[in-house]
Ligand binder design. Structure first.
Ligand SMILES: *Cc1c(COP(=O)(O)O)cnc(C)c1O
Length: 246
């Protein structure tokens, strides 16, 4: 990379645009802007663009970048390629139980624990690796048949039992809103996740304050922030108009 790389200017513009949109959403509902973290979903961009984006972010040991990947093999290969860079890796995709070792080895936070069997497999693998793994439980708030995640009623009924995983730190909930042109259509899903989190947190189970809500993507992150998101997972809005050859 050099300073004339046109991707540097484009990424700088895109990041400041996304940050401005995040800040406006915070202001609309009276939240401090540092109450929401931007997870940059890097699944579609090449590793050299990730290097440039690290420069744009000014990532360092005290302010590591938050990068999200949705395939375990790509998470592992990129974590190895970018070893030494200040990055917190977020795993945000569907995880098969035979790949839990990759998530446990590399992820700072797994957003997408979508079943009891996966929860138990991650707990067992984290125990083997001698670490406590931070995770979020993915909830299918919208109830779409093709979506992964816990059914809200099921999670509420069985939460005490499910949450008993000594090698996991369950930090909150994650959801995906139905795909729609109008971001307002995502609001009930985000509001539902927030309400579910509030009900679970009100049980005051030890170690289960559930501070995090991972919700909102490029098309709907402002609505998600208005509804209480603490982590937004943004890809395409950060990478738009990125020159591919120069
Ligand atoms: C790809 C992806 C995102 C980011 O989507 P954009 O619309 O590109 O911002 C967020 N969350 C998950 C789970 C994803 O797979």
């Amino acid at each position: 990379m050099n300073s004339s790389d046109p991707r540097l200017a484009q990424l700088t513009t895109n990041l400041s645009h996304v940050r401005r949109r995040m800040q406006s959403a915070c202001e609309r509902v009276g939240r401090p802007s540092d109450s929401v973290r931007l997870v940059a979903v890097t699944k579609t961009i090449p590793v050299d663009a990730m290097h440039i984006f690290l420069t744009v972010l000014g990532a360092d040991a005290t302010h590591p970048a938050d990068f999200g990947e949705n395939r375990p093999q790509q998470l592992a290969s990129r974590a190895q390629e970018l070893a030494g860079s200040a990055i917190h890796w977020h795993f945000i995709g569907h995880l098969q139980r035979n790949k839990v070792d990759l998530a446990v080895a590399h992820a700072s936070l797994v957003h997408s624990v979508d079943s009891e069997r996966l929860l138990q497999a991650l707990n067992a693998e984290a125990g083997k690796a001698g670490r406590t793994l931070p995770v979020l439980l993915e909830v299918n708030v919208s109830g779409e048949a093709q979506k992964d995640g816990f059914a809200p009623a099921d999670l509420e009924a069985r939460f005490e039992l499910l949450a008993r995983q000594p090698h996991l730190d369950i930090q909150g909930l994650m959801t995906m809103a139905p795909l729609a042109e109008d971001p307002e259509l995502a609001r009930p899903t985000f509001r539902g996740l927030r309400a579910l989190r509030d009900r679970l947190a009100a049980r005051s189970l030890p170690g289960l304050t559930l501070p995090h809500l991972s919700m909102g993507m490029s098309g709907d992150f402002e609505v998600a922030i208005e509804e209480g998101a603490t982590l937004v997972r943004v890809g395409s809005a950060l990478w738009e108009d990125l020159p591919t050859s120069f």
